[in-house]
Design a protein. Sequence first.
Length: 149
Amino acid sequence: MLAKDIMNRDVITVKEQDTVEDVIKLLLEHNISGVPVVDEENKIVGIVTEGDIIFRSKKLQIPTYFTILDSYIFLESTKNFEKDLKKMAAYRVSDVMTKKVVTVEQDETIEEIATLMTTKRINRIPIVEKGKLVGIVSRRDIIKAYAKE
């Protein structure tokens, strides 16, 4: 069985300029746990999941530092801190989305999709054709396919 046989073709998507609150409403309204972020040409630029949204509520980990003569010296890079802070304070989808999205073509096998989901620890994989979003496969879609067999 292939991705095109089980994928959901009616994919709910958002744009980078949409608000995080809009995404939360969509997730709750449609009882889904994530949505692809697409550009004007329907190409995937990111994905927003419940995990990305929950991230906003976590405790902020301030990098370890010490002071000398009224100066702060950080013992680790502050780049991760800055990235986390930006994501936690996000208002727009572009600030909270995960930019590295695992995608597959329509002719990928269910076995390969299941392998990607388990090794990458993801719950859904957007299906693309020539770089454009044509569907999405979730864990539930795979389970439904197995139930039909």
